[in-house]
Design a protein around this ligand. Structure first.
Ligand code: PLP
Length: 451
């Protein structure tokens, strides 16, 4: 543990560049950050607190994950209790009760046709696990030639080789060679001319799903294992699916015996109005991934839900055979399970998994009140997700949104995520209307002065 974490001492001598140097920060402009750090020391409810004592309203739920709010007592206590009574237990050929209890509760929340869940430790692992389940599922049914995956441009599926292969964010792919072979991509669904300032699902764009027929015709359906998309693309800047689009993907995949995987790492656990995004959007995939909100971001955990028939297809051969040769040391880690069980209680007791639906109208009106401010070219929203897209500065893509992020943090005490020139918003699901106002008013002040 370093000095800062151990002592909580963020005084200038402890936050000098020499103290910040060793940590190779993920998805961060390291040199820029270390020259002017933005540090967080503790958290509670809707807020982060900086080392100099500022209270910062968290408008991004940590990283799309702290759905129950920060440091919730029941979750903290459950983690502490597990750490003191069952620090670790293997789930390879052994089991501990919390893993089974959690799986039962999760499939009950998912509802039919989902009846099994596989555990891992992150969204990236969930995606890799789902892709492997898809491949192996076809193989155990005698269709081992189905090896291709179809992802989508601007999709984000984490950073494993599987995830970046089916993902469609060029910056996350270009450094890493050829990745998985046999992957093709659907076109992305956002179109400024046709969809700008849509409220909820845009009316235009369902036909973009028909591109799947072209891709299927090119490769032949018999070679394709699965199509994977985020129901709402999050990391690329909240790209809401056009009305009818997911339904069309579902029809085409079903017709060709291709599995449909939804990556619900962001949309899972209440983000868009129902416990899971597919329930809100009314389209049921074959497999879906979760992470983040599964335990409100407290202990790394992810999972893959499988519909009826998938797990069962593996249950063949000798009773002693391991049916699916896949898993992680920390699959269903006791601390993660304890956190998730306590978190599900909080979600249930406080109605948080449907709260985004209740606040969606207020959130939408608040965000769209920023229309007309300088450089704002689009505003998008669904549930408690939202994005404000800015025109890029000529020759300096991303600089404008970065400025907003920095100014919001230091001048408005607001934590707002940016991706390219898009501000992405996803407050904890405990957010109050007055806090939504604060987020939007703070952004209004920053955007009004933005060059
Ligand atoms: N899939 C989606 C849709 C995500 O948004 C993310 C992370 O933001 C991931 C996968 C990867 O999750 P993790 O960072 O936990 O590996």
């Amino acid at each position: 543990m370093n000095d800062i974490a151990r002592t909580g001492d963020f005084t200038p001598e402890h936050t000098g560049t020499e103290k910040l140097e060793a940590f190779w920060m993920p998805f961060t402009a390291n040199r820029q950050f270390k020259a002017a750090p933005r540090l967080i020391q503790r958290a509670e409810g809707m807020y982060y607190y900086t080392p100099d004592g500022r209270q910062v309203l968290d408008a991004q739920a940590g990283l799309w994950c702290v759905n129950a709010g920060h440091c919730r007592t029941p979750i903290v206590q459950a983690i502490a209790q597990a750490a003191g009574s069952l620090d670790f237990a293997p789930t390879f050929q052994m089991g501990h009760p919390m893993a089974f209890e959690l799986a039962e509760r999760l499939v009950a929340l998912a509802g039919k046709p989902f009846n099994h869940v596989f555990f891992c430790n992150s969204g990236s692992e969930a995606v890799d696990s789902a892709l492997k389940i898809a491949l192996a599922y076809h193989r155990v049914r005698g269709e081992g030639q189905r090896t291709r995956f179809i992802g989508r441009e601007r999709g984000y599926h984490g950073v494993g080789f599987g995830g970046i292969s089916v993902g469609g964010i060029v910056g996350n792919r270009k450094m890493f060679g050829t990745m998985l072979p046999g992957v093709d991509h659907l076109p992305q669904t956002w179109n400024l001319k046709e969809q700008a300032f849509s409220r909820g699902q845009p009316q235009w764009g369902a036909h973009l799903a028909d591109e799947l027929e072209r891709i299927v015709a090119l490769h032949d359906a018999s070679t394709i294992a699965a199509v994977i998309v985020e129901p709402v693309a999050g990391s690329a800047g909240v790209l809401v699916p056009p009305v009818g689009y997911l339904e069309r993907l579902r029809e085409i995949t079903a017709k060709h015996g291709i599995l449909l995987i939804f990556d619900e790492v962001i949309t899972g656990f209440g983000r868009i109005g129902k416990p899971f995004g597919f329930q809100q959007l009314g389209v049921t995939p074959d497999l879906y991934t979760v992470a983040k909100g599964i335990n409100s971001g407290t202990v790394p955990m992810g999972g893959v839900f499988a519909r009826e028939g998938i797990y069962e297809a593996f249950m063949q051969g000798p009773q002693t055979a391991i049916e699916f040769a896949h898993g992680y040391t920390y699959s269903a880690h006791p601390l993660a399970c304890a956190a998730a069980l306590a978190c599900l209680d909080v979600y249930r007791d406080e109605g948080l998994l449907t709260r985004a639906g209740e606040l969606a109208g207020y959130w939408e009106d608040a965000l769209h009140s920023l229309r007309g401010l300088p450089h704002v070219i689009d505003i998008r929203n669904i549930g408690l997700m939202g994005a404000v897209e800015l025109a890029p500065r000529p020759g300096a893509a991303g600089a404008r949104a970065f400025d907003v992020h920095v100014k919001a943090f230091f001048e408005e005490n607001l934590l707002v995520r940016f991706t390219g020139d898009i501000l992405a918003l996803s407050p904890p699901l405990i957010v109050e209307k007055a806090q939504i106002d604060r987020i939007v008013d703070g952004l209004r002040r920053v955007l009004s002065k933005l060059d």
